[in-house]
Ligand binder design. Structure first.
Ligand SMILES: Cc1ncc(COP(=O)(O)O)c(C=O)c1O
Length: 390
């Protein structure tokens, strides 16, 4: 189709470069090159068998029809008590909207809240879909840089300077993609103060809330006065290795929940009910699988951070959550995109340039350690050798 026929908003839609990199890497594989995949943000473990079995039983039992757009009552109740218990806030099923994956919560919330010209503050480097969705709905993206010196948190002064009368929404993400950083309690308090004083909503992307190595997960929703102005985004993709099932949810005050559910009705109608049944099983019986997975990720993180810091001209912080490291490669004097491309072609290692996550990602790479220690060992050996020639 010619570009003139496309609605102008399509030109404002971004993408997720992890998928572009996957396509490039697969093309090289077809040509016979051996590639180690460190580009994708999905756990490399199988979905726990008990969860798979629950999905199968639910299929056989006929959970194959439309269901309420906001989700089946059983799963919404289980999620509500999980949120009450894990975040220490009183919510019930009326606060929950279930969606196919957590991503639609970003899309639907911005469609519901953002008018043309409204400003949305979001982390940079950050998940690329935030900026894409902000632009798509006509909002103005206002990036807040995450700084290595602050363990990839933001400067409070900088955040304050970005607030204007048009600021409608602040997005925070902790544990964070791509840096693995955590937004600490003090920073959460600052965001909360600003949100309350300026009547701003907060989208708190907590999709990695279970993948945490030191300390505990803090949600901004738990801060006094914040529950009503926070939308928690969370889901099953990362916690239970269920990326392909597509199961996520939003937690928000009931009047907003009704509006977001209308967007579900207007788009996908509902999330498949047999998948939601598997989600019930995950929340009721999946705790031990999370502990096992996080233990394995911790070993890999420790290994990878140590190995990377031994490579000349690379320095890498020790992230406290998610399954990414974000090494600094500024000393090579090349752009992150150039290094990404070079390592793919010369070393057969697929990873992502920091700028895939925004302009403040320049000088960094994102490496996902959702891969075995053997492959990580080989990847580090190849990276060291290739970078030695740069
Ligand atoms: C920060 C962040 N939020 C949300 C998502 C989307 O999760 P889902 O696959 O459940 O849609 C991802 C996936 O990579 C992510 O990294």
């Amino acid at each position: 189709m010619s570009d003139e026929k496309l609605a102008s908003r399509m030109a404002r839609l971004g993408s997720e470069t992890a998928f572009d990199m996957l396509v490039k890497a697969r093309t090289l594989e077809k040509q016979g090159q051996d590639i180690i995949h460190l580009e994708l943000g999905e756990p490399d473990f199988n979905t726990p068998t008990t969860i798979v079995d629950a999905g199968k039983v639910a299929l056989s039992d006929g959970n194959t029809h439309y269901c309420p757009p906001a989700g089946i009552e059983e799963l919404r109740e289980v999620i509500a008590s999980h949120i009450t218990q894990s975040r220490g806030v009183e919510v019930n099923a009326d606060w929950i909207v279930i969606t196919p994956g957590a991503k639609p919560i970003m899309f639907f919330l911005m469609l519901a809240l953002i008018e043309k010209g409204d400003e949305v503050i979001y982390p940079d480097p950050g998940f690329p879909i935030y900026e894409s969705m902000i632009r798509f709905v006509g909002g103005i993206p206002v990036p807040i840089p995450l700084l290595e010196d602050l363990q990839f948190s933001f400067s409070q002064k900088m955040l304050l300077s970005k607030i204007s009368s048009r600021t409608k929404l602040i997005i925070i993400n902790s544990p964070q993609n791509p840096t693995g950083g955590i937004v600490g309690e003090k920073d959460l308090m600052v965001v909360a103060d600003i949100a309350i004083q300026n009547d701003i909503m907060v989208l708190s992307d907590e999709i990695y809330s279970n993948v945490i190595y030191e300390g505990k997960h803090d949600s901004i929703a738990s801060i006094k006065g914040m529950l009503d102005r926070t939308v928690i985004l969370d889901g099953f993709s990362k916690a239970y290795s269920m990326t392909g099932w597509r199961l996520g949810f939003g937690v928000m005050r009931p009047d907003l929940q009704v509006q977001i559910s209308k967007l579900v009705t207007n788009s996908v109608s509902c999330t498949p009910p047999f998948i939601q049944k598997a989600g019930v099983k995950a929340l009721k019986n999946g705790a031990s699988s999370i502990i096992k997975m996080v233990g394995e990720f911790r070993d890999r993180r420790d290994f990878l951070v140590k190995e990377l810091n031994q490579i000349p001209r690379i320095s890498c912080l020790n992230p406290h959550g998610a399954f990414y490291v974000f090494p600094n490669v500024k000393a090579f004097g090349k752009s992150s995109d150039e290094i990404e491309d070079y390592l793919l072609k010369e070393a057969g290692v697929a990873l992502l340039s920091g700028t895939s996550f925004g302009k403040f990602g320049e000088g960094y790479l994102r490496i996902s350690y959702a891969n075995s220690i053997e492959n990580l060992t080989e990847a580090c050996r190849r990276i060291r050798k290739a970078l030695n020639n740069l």
